[in-house]
Unconditional design. Structure first.
Ligand code: SF4
Length: 290
């Protein structure tokens, strides 16, 4: 849940989740619909799907997590970062989960841009310096905390830092410059909502869009073709989802019929899992019924 999401956002979800699934065994017996409903509003729904697939795989191995990088990484949704974090936290292995905080600490110590460092090689080449006791689990946690509390993105606390004598950033007159964060490309899309007099909207899982694939959405089209004149523009707004920002023209039309692969959903239905992206659309078209 914490991937790409802040702790304060995650907490209520996490607590509700643990109440419903207090152990891996109970989680392994649930289905995708239930887990997605609990996850509703937290976004990045692939995490929930991957978690469920992973726990079902682990159920065949008495819920024991593998202890090699290769095996852990083969689990759904587990990349290099998560695999290294799990190996360090659970098995105390000599490995480091390189997140944004850790990258910043290392690149400041070397006084280099993070794009100039191969972090995997850096860890390999400095094994003796990094893993000098058998408390690697604590070390990995501490390194992340150090990056967030001491070697902060802005105004690092260099004067009270315990490693400032060895830090090239602190010692150097010519400080490394930050790597410029990439600006998100704005994607222009049209969203087309079929509505009926019963306060229902036509949604489909068959949109061929890369984000929210397989989730219920209205029709989505790139804004490169003319629409037929029966579509009415309701409003234009921007919305970010995952690492993308969309400029959305929201259109609607009242219709008794919907295309194949669409189903009618009540605008006020609370039982079905509806991703936040779609929920926002539903809240906007509701004004048409006032
Ligand atoms: S001296 Fe400053 S820049 Fe260097 S590691 Fe410490 S806090 Fe970070």
């Amino acid at each position: 849940m914490l991937q790409q999401t802040q702790v304060k956002t995650v907490l209520p979800y996490f607590n509700r989740f643990l109440q419903k699934f207090p152990n891996l065994k109970s989680l392994s017996k649930t289905d995708e619909k239930t887990i997605l409903k609990l996850w509703e509003g937290l976004g990045y729904y692939r995490r929930a799907k991957n978690l469920l697939s992973t726990v079902k795989i682990l159920a065949n191995n008495n819920f024991k997590l593998p202890d090699t990088f290769k095996e852990i990484k083969s689990l759904p949704g587990v990349g290099d970062y998560t695999a290294n974090a799990l190996l360090a936290f659970i098995y105390n292995k000599e490995t480091i989960a390189v997140d944004g905080n850790v990258k910043r600490v290392f690149s400041r110590i070397l006084n280099k841009k993070d794009t100039e460092i191969n972090f995997e090689n850096f860890v390999k080449n400095n094994k003796n310096n990094l893993f000098f006791n058998n408390r690697n689990s604590d070390f990995v946690e501490a390194l992340m905390e150090f990056g967030s509390i001491v070697c902060k993105p802005q105004q690092p606390l260099c004067y009270s830092c315990v490693i400032n004598k060895k830090c090239k950033y602190f010692q150097s007159k010519k400080k490394r410059k930050k790597t410029k964060s990439q600006t998100k490309k704005l994607r222009k899309i049209n969203i087309l909502c079929y509505l009926n007099k019963k306060k229902q909207i036509g949604l489909t899982k068959k949109n061929k869009v890369g984000f929210l694939e397989t989730f219920v959405l209205p029709k989505i089209k790139k804004r490169d073709k003319k629409l037929d004149k029966n579509w009415n523009l309701l409003l234009n707004y921007n919305q970010s989802i995952s690492n993308k920002t969309f400029n959305i023209n929201l259109y609607y039309k009242f219709s008794k019929k919907i295309p194949k692969n669409f189903e009618w959903y009540k605008l006020n239905d609370k039982k079905e899992f509806i991703p936040s992206f779609t929920k926002k659309i539903l809240s906007k078209v509701k004004v048409l019924y006032q």
